[in-house]
Design a binder for this molecule. Structure first.
Ligand SMILES: *Cc1c(COP(=O)(O)O)cnc(C)c1O
Length: 435
């Protein structure tokens, strides 16, 4: 499609957008009395307007039924996670028995590593990104220590080539092959939080398996953003959170994926167990021996945090209605438009100020198969100032040290007009004469 950087064109795209009605289902923060241009759904998704009703229903049922709400609530709490797993499975490309909503993200990563990072004398290494989200690094490093290993020996860090920002698939595969039979597991963020790069999960998983290792991903920036087929790709394990693209609210309940091929070994896979992972048939016999459920629910520990899950349900119902494939189609176009608008701004600024280099460099891959909705921008100069100026004018982006502005147009609630307006404010900033 040929894009034009004009308000009229952006509005035309919005008018033709089959998903435009979904924007109305969310609350936008107000800045100086106007709706913000909100591009941080990758950090905290906006609140669905129906969320409060979903949570209030559970509070009402609790007031009405007390403990009997476990069976008599409109959505009986005893089974609450069952009401979520089909919707989550669609987002991950998983079977419903392969997902379970529980705990928070980093907790889940630890629980999965307990089961799938099983270092032996010979096979003890973990591959992860050097520029992974810090919590993931701390998790992996502390897991190595937990097994009595020195993290510096156990962890192989993947770094981009000199002068590059993102990792090449061929380099990841090569690192996996080089590690060979010393490799216990590969654990990457499926979409890197800093660069927005979406890795080739299928190829990476295949390579890990060829080396005899397990392979898992942190889907924090992938879930509700990109299309995945975790089951078909044979991924062993994955964890996700619900407060970024899934809009379930700050710190809301997270979840895991475990491939069903592992279920035959349940009972023999090392696990940290709790009563809610017990087979529901025998859970309330209150016996001394843990009998794992025959699904990913075997990893659950505790009874369900229903208020948080109700918040998540309010958002998943919206995803079900919109359809992740449709959202992804719009998302590719929104992000392509954002990229186009930034290039237009670059051109205008270079012309006006006779610059040799682009003032804004997009470090996210250009190929749509290697990115989700987010673009990460590095500024030749004054990055932080531009960020602050955007914020002052009602554009919510985020700044990530050392030098990136992340901009994430979300297909559920962002519009092409949002992007055009962002471009105009960015242009003002870059045309601004230097002191
Ligand atoms: C957001 C994010 C986290 C945050 O972890 P919490 O346990 O939810 O606080 C961890 N890892 C990655 C890759 C993330 O994107």
């Amino acid at each position: 499609m040929i894009f034009i950087n004009s308000l009229q064109f952006a509005r035309q795209l919005d008018a033709q957008d089959p998903l435009k009605k979904f924007r109305e289902l969310f609350y936008f923060p107000m800045i100086h009395g106007k709706e913000a241009i909100y591009f941080t759904g990758n950090s905290l998704g906006l609140q669905p307007k129906q969320l409060q009703e979903y949570v209030l229903n559970e509070l009402e049922d609790w007031a009405t039924y007390g403990v009997e709400g476990h069976f008599h609530a409109r959505h009986p709490w005893f089974h609450y996670k069952e009401f979520l797993k089909d919707s989550v499975a669609k987002l991950l490309g998983a079977k419903s028995n392969e997902v379970v909503v529980m705990n928070s993200l980093t907790v889940n990563l630890h629980l999965l590593l307990v089961s799938f990072y099983r270092p032996s004398e010979k096979r003890f290494k973990i591959i992860c990104e050097y520029d992974a989200f810090p919590s993931d690094l701390y998790a992996v490093q502390s897991q190595a220590k937990f097994h009595g290993l020195n993290p510096d020996d156990a962890i192989i860090y993947l770094k981009p080539r000199t002068g590059e920002y993102t990792l090449r698939t061929e380099d990841i595969i090569q690192a996996i092959e080089e590690a060979g039979d010393s490799l216990a597991t590969v654990m990457l963020g499926a979409v890197n939080y800093y660069t927005g790069q979406y890795f080739d999960l299928e190829k990476i998983t295949e390579a890990a398996h060829r080396s005899g290792a397990t392979c898992g991903f942190n889907l924090a920036h992938a879930t509700g953003n990109v299309l995945m087929k975790l089951h078909d790709w044979n991924v062993d394990y994955a964890c996700f959170c619900s407060y970024k693209y899934l809009n379930a609210g700050p710190g809301s309940v997270a979840g895991i994926f475990v491939h069903e091929k592992h279920f035959v070994r349940l009972g023999r896979i090392p696990q940290f167990a709790g009563w809610w992972g017990n087979d529901p048939e025998t859970r309330f016999k209150m016996t001394h021996t843990f009998e794992p459920a025959k699904t990913a629910s075997a990893w659950a520990l505790s009874n369900d945090p229903v208020l948080s899950m109700a918040a998540l349900k309010s958002s998943l119902d919206i995803f079900d209605e919109a359809g992740i494939e449709n959202l992804r189609m719009k998302s590719e176009m929104l992000t392509a438009y954002l990229e186009f608008v930034i290039e237009e701004v670059n051109r205008a600024a270079m012309q006006k100020k006779t610059l040799q280099n682009e003032p804004v460099h997009i470090i996210t891959p250009k190929n749509k198969h290697e990115r989700g909705c987010q673009l990460s921008l590095v500024f030749a100069e004054r990055g932080k100032e531009v960020f602050n100026a955007l914020a002052k004018q009602g554009v919510v982006t985020d700044w990530r040290e050392p030098d990136v502005i992340r901009v994430a147009p979300v297909p559920l609630y962002n519009s092409f007009e949002d992007i055009f307006r962002f471009g105009e404010i960015l242009k003002q900033q870059l045309m601004h004469e230097q002191p």
